[in-house]
Write a new protein. Structure first.
Length: 247
């Protein structure tokens, strides 16, 4: 782990840090009160400040440790995120958001884990992408364990469900992966790849209806946010596999 990991993780302004209420009489609804302090200040505010850690470096670090012993990895984490700081301890609590540590094997041979909140979660309901194998104490990938036991990884399950609902709502434009789409233009199905996220000239991400209209009318040629990188017609075999048909 890099030595400045602590600074990298917490070096981000707190949410609502610029909207904290000022402790002045004009912000107090009670005319007899002279100053607003402590709990009253929180009552006067419509929202309060929250921690806003940048946990992406911690997640990347854990993913790079696949195959290593968890005890060795946790020793490195403790070296840079010690117990002498409340904020560092708070960051350490987020480690279990990315990896299941207390993993056991049920009498049926299935993996399950104790969460940091005390509940039991079976493998089919895991959300973390990493876990500590109870047999050898090494860090392994949850997707590989799901394939081994013949269950669907929970993240992939919800991703597929969202994709099905998305395709049912918009039958003529299907999102594949990344910037790849399948679009029906002039009664013919094509597979296109965009140069980036479909955003407008003003920099805002456009909706599906606007994206589909842009692809139909070739307005994307005047868009600064994205271009059509590649475009090809689907073959008969691809149409049959995707259960699609040209008019």
């Amino acid at each position: 782990m890099r030595e400045d990991m602590f600074k990298v993780i917490i070096n981000r302004p707190r949410w609502a840090s610029r909207h904290a209420p000022r402790s002045k009489t004009r912000y107090d609804k009670c005319p007899d009160r002279q100053r607003v302090t402590g709990h009253r200040m929180m009552l006067e505010a419509s929202y309060t400040k929250h921690l806003n850690e940048n946990l992406a470096p911690l997640k990347r670090y854990l993913h790079k440790q696949k195959g290593r012993k968890w005890n060795d990895v946790f020793s490195e984490i403790c070296e840079h995120l010690d117990t002498g700081s409340t904020v560092k301890m708070h960051v350490r609590e987020h480690v279990e958001d990315f990896i299941y540590i207390k993993v056991k094997i049920s009498p049926r041979g299935m993996l399950y884990s104790n969460t940091k909140w005390g509940g039991l979660v079976e493998l089919k309901n895991w959300f973390a992408e990493l876990y500590v194998d109870p047999s050898d104490g090494t860090i392994k990938e949850t997707r590989e364990a799901c394939r081994k036991f013949g269950v669907t990884f929970r993240r992939d399950f919800y991703k597929n469900e969202r994709r099905k609902a998305f395709n049912q709502k918009h039958p003529f434009i299907i999102h594949l992966d990344g910037f790849k789409w399948r679009v029906r233009l002039e009664e013919i199905w094509y597979e296109i790849e965009l140069s980036g996220r479909p955003i407008s000239e003003s920099g805002y991400e456009i909706g599906l209806d606007e994206l589909y209209t842009s692809l139909q009318t070739h307005n994307w040629r005047r868009q600064d946010g994205f271009k059509v990188k590649t475009k090809r017609q689907l073959s008969k075999k691809e149409l049959k596999q995707a259960k699609l048909s040209n008019a």
